[in-house]
Design a protein around this ligand. Sequence first.
Ligand code: PAF
Length: 285
Amino acid sequence: METISTVAGLRACVRAWKREGARVGVVPTMGALHAGHLSLVQAARARMDRVITTVFVNPIQFDNADDLATYPRTLAEDGRLLAQAGVDVLYAPTAAEMYPPGFATRITVAGVSAGLCGGVRPGHFDGVATVVCKLFMQTLADCAFFGEKDFQQVQVIRRMVADLDLPVEIVACPTRREADGLALSSRNRRLVPAARQAAAVLPRVLAACASDIAAGGDVAAALLGARDRLAAAGFDPVEYVELRAAADLQPLAILPPGTPARLLAAAWLGDVRLIDNMPVPPQGG
Ligand code: PAF
């Protein structure tokens, strides 16, 4: 595996691959890699001739300076895992390479980025869309692989790619979970033992709420019940528990027949923010 940190170096490498007719996949990450990321690498390996994984803690998508400062950075270990997983290139640019002096562009994706994480993290999805667009331009990837744990992020990226005619296919891969159901996340390593135990309540509550709604239960009552159960388990604050249309994230007050829906939540345990989401099977389905 080669490690590259400049746009020029990456372009030269990818151009050589493309001259040979290789199809290139990219797995964008912020590092602190876990089995969820490695499953994206595996999916990319299975479909593509060449795989790039990017590791870049993107400062412009953090709305909170402490969150940026404490975000885990484990580049040496990430490199070891990626080499083992058969990645061809680890692309790890510096912040100055990504955002040189004078950098002044932001991409805003309206609609899908409103509310949910976009509602509580101002500017977050502008930062995500901007860096992901740059990573697509820098890697010239044919396919990009993202985890469904960040469901709203995937919809924002899909919208951006469609709107800007970016020549890249977005592949969304299922959320990977611990044995007790907790979605894998780089932030989980910051949970103290008691919080780690409580964290498994989040997927359980979401699964129960999703089946209640799928069985025809009142949506508002089910969402409120889920919030109460999370608060009782020590989540504080519970930022949101919402039902949305899976395709465009429009808020849903009822479960419309035949429309794939998604239940999404974000809540804090101590100083760690957790997010998760689950599909809600269509009524009668
Ligand atoms: O999901 C992430 O890790 C980040 O938001 C991404 C897509 C790598 C952009 O910085």
